[in-house]
Design a protein around this ligand. Structure first.
Ligand code: AMP
Length: 188
């Protein structure tokens, strides 16, 4: 059973790696970005509220995200474990998660930070071509990452839960490092 948080800037490969690892561990991959994009596609009230923030590369307000994650982590499939991708995105979300997990009698095994240099991130995001992958929004998302999300790395480092992985490699090599990390005897 594994409970993992994927950290790292936009374009680091969090989504891809989280999805692969979740499939191999047979646990749910919970991406707040995917949930929000689905809400927009389905024209739900949440989607309507979130869209303008996402289009601008800003974080969606905590009040929308915290309810969403609380509800998702209360669903029965999460009993097998989970991988969070794109949450927590700031320190207040991280402390909310700590309290929520305590309530649920759960602890996170690791927060995994995928490290990739900025110039590589911009290149990757421009190639990906999602709606919020234009130059202006990308640069705002990287700024928001540095200001709000990077401190979350320190939050988990202080709690000795942080593992850093070099994400500036071929997809398969990064995936292998993640598998190796989880097979380390101290973790089992
Ligand atoms: P992502 O798919 O993780 O890159 O997220 C895409 C966008 O969704 C972000 O730029 C934010 O606008 C929004 N978003 C996703 N997760 C969160 C979160 N945990 N808190 C606030 N906004 C979020």
């Amino acid at each position: 059973m594994k409970r993992l948080i994927f950290l790292g800037p936009p374009g680091a490969g969090k989504g891809t790696q989280a999805q692969l690892l979740a499939a191999s561990l047979n646990i749910p991959h919970i991406s707040t970005g995917d949930i929000l994009r689905a809400a927009i596609a389905n024209s739900t009230p949440l989607g309507a509220k979130a869209q303008s923030y996402m289009d601008r590369g800003e974080l969606v307000p905590d009040e929308l995200i915290l309810d969403l994650i609380q509800e998702r982590l209360s669903q029965p499939d999460t009993q097998r474990g989970w991988i969070l991708d794109g949450f927590p995105r700031n320190v207040s979300q991280a402390s909310f998660l700590t309290d929520l997990l305590a309530q649920l009698n759960q602890t996170c095994d690791y927060a995994i930070d995928l490290e990739v240099p900025d110039e590589v991130l911009i290149e990757r995001l421009l190639l990906r071509g999602r709606k919020d992958d234009n130059r202006e929004t990308i640069s705002r998302r990287l700024e928001v990452y540095r200001e709000e999300t990077a401190p979350v790395i320190g939050f988990y480092k202080d709690r000795s839960a942080l593992k850093s992985i070099n994400g500036n490699r071929h997809l398969d090599e990064v995936a292998q490092s993640l598998q190796d990390l989880l097979q380390t005897p101290s973790l089992t």
